[in-house]
Design a protein around this ligand. Sequence first.
Ligand code: TYD
Length: 139
Amino acid sequence: MKQTELNDIEEISIPKISDPDGRGNLAVIENNILQYKIKRVYYLYDIPSDATRGGHAHINLRQSLIALSGSFDVVLDDGKERKTITLNKPNKALLIPTGIWRELENFSSGAVCLVLASEVYDEADYIRGYEDFKLFKNT
Ligand code: TYD
């Protein structure tokens, strides 16, 4: 399997249709803009501001995160380097490939994180320990 790195993480602009009569925006995900077929949709909400979500990597699953409302930070780690991306726009998707450790933190009040996943839920696809992740990445 290809060893993914931070460079493989993409921020994708979701096409937005602004209403000409000032009735707001509509964003649409179609035409494979996420590069995979969506098999599962879930969302995180009512997250306390001091909570951390994530804290794992996936072996086969790819997923895209969208801040449907509010904002939060995504800490990304490829076993060698770390970077933090703040999500706060409903028309931006953060596409996280396989083999990237992620932690979600600093949720604003009312934040909603939509997750569009390439696979159905499978606990066996998770790497939940950071030391196991380092072994998996051989770093
Ligand atoms: P987890 O993926 O660890 O959440 P987060 O990364 O946001 O902290 O999932 C939390 C719990 O929910 C865990 O017990 C697995 C369960 N779960 C499902 O049953 N189905 C799902 O689709 C997801 C994403 C989680």
